[in-house]
Write a protein of this length. Structure first.
Length: 403
């Protein structure tokens, strides 16, 4: 569904002025409605472009007719008394207990705002049409990372489906398909170093094949796996499988049954088109305002080079050490029962580490925001790293999405 914006103009405004104003906002990806179009077209939230002054009563009538569904966002510009009218309308709605706010910008910039909102609406539609599968259960240590699937569906429209770990563990044997044999061959050819056996690699590829078949069969857009239970029951980690899936252009895969972090990764992919790195926060340095992020799997497409080692905590099976390019990144997390809380900051990857007392892929990031957040108010442990400087874009998107 496209973004719907109701446009209101005073009846005494000359037609050529209305046309000039509309030319700034047409063809930006949004459906522009007149007040008479609104009945039957109402969506939440309601967006109203206040074209001119003298429109206060028009908007009040729409509200009284039940055609405006809160929250109401009033888009005001710097001409034709648009802002004064918007201020009157906002106060009127507020006095009646209606959540409303004004977004104000010079008229030549309004079109850019609408274009971005239309993109955000497209991303929201992708999320609403997505499904996320959890295989197994959230790992037992994720005591602050739970979600309420019904609240998530109410907020995002996302379907969360649970599947038993047996979909991966039962009869885990057999031969690899041609595709997965080729993928394993490519891995051997591109990896910088391998410290595990051929048997370990083959078993990890079998898990990868099984997980890829599951994703295709159930047509899910994101999946998170109770990977430690997988390792306990089969002796095979999920690190290679999750890395493989995250390297595909349309799939997101997260660790440890962590729905919050996997959703964060999926949302980031829908918004930016990029894969991301889910990690523990393994060290915080308040003097340098830096944090170290580490995990045993990473999409190889995010790295300059990578090595195949054993899984850190157990010394078993397969883990991946990737060297992530230095430069700007975004660190983020979406959490809460309905996935309505978030934190996001820009940062700079300044160092790749090789510490034997932490998970295999390790990066030190200097954060733009104070790292005291991680010690005093963090949204649990796992956070997501995204290449590039997307913090402001993500903030605007989440403000748009969670209203």
């Amino acid at each position: 569904m496209p973004l719907h914006i109701v446009t209101v103009f005073s009846s005494i405004t000359p037609a050529e002025i209305i046309e000039d104003i509309l030319n700034h906002i047409r063809d930006r990806g949004a459906a522009l409605l007149t007040p008479k179009d609104v009945p039957g077209s109402s969506v939440r939230p309601s967006y109203v472009f206040v074209g001119t002054g003298g429109t206060e009563r028009i908007v009040a009538d729409l509200y009284q007719a039940g055609s405006l569904i809160p929250p109401v966002i009033l888009l005001a510009h710097d001409r034709s008394n648009s802002l004064p009218a918007s201020m009157e309308i906002r106060a009127y709605l507020e006095s009646r207990g209606v959540q409303a706010r004004i977004v104000h910008s010079p008229l030549p910039e309004i079109g850019g705002i609408i274009k971005e909102w239309a993109h955000f609406q497209d991303v929201l539609e992708k999320v609403r049409n997505s499904s996320l599968a959890i295989i197994g259960e959230p790992s037992f240590w994720l005591i602050a990372s739970g979600v309420d699937p019904e609240k998530v569906r109410e907020t995002w429209g996302l379907k969360i489906k649970s599947h038993p770990i047996s979909v991966l563990t039962e009869e885990l044997s057999g031969v690899l398909t041609d595709r997965h044999q080729q993928d394993l061959k490519r891995l051997r050819e591109t990896v910088r170093k391998v410290e595990v056996s051929e048997g370990d690699l083959h078993s990890a590829a079998l898990v990868t094949q099984r997980l890829a078949e599951f994703v295709g069969k159930h047509r899910v857009d994101a999946v998170t796996v109770e990977c430690f239970r997988l390792l306990e029951e089969t002796g095979v980690s999920g690190c290679y499988a999750l890395s493989f899936l995250n390297d595909q252009c349309d799939i997101t895969a997260g660790c440890e049954g962590d729905i919050c972090s996997t959703f964060t990764m999926m949302m980031a992919r829908h918004l930016t088109g990029q894969a991301s790195f889910m990690a523990n926060v393994s060290e915080v340095d308040e003097v340098q305002n830096s944090a170290v992020f580490a995990h045993c799997t990473v999409a190889t497409s995010l790295t300059n080079s990578h090595e195949i080692l054993s899984h850190f905590e157990t010394g078993l099976s397969v883990g991946i050490r990737g060297e992530i390019p230095l430069g700007r990144v975004t660190v983020l997390k979406i959490a809460g029962d309905g996935l309505t809380k978030w934190w996001v900051s820009g940062g700079e990857v300044v160092e790749n580490l090789r510490n034997d007392t932490a998970c295999r892929t390790q990066v030190r990031v200097h954060l733009d925001k104070p790292v005291s957040y991680f010690l005093e108010e963090s949204l649990a442990n796992h956070h997501v790293l995204l290449s590039g400087d997307h913090a402001e874009l993500i903030e605007r998107f989440l403000q748009f999405a969670i209203q």
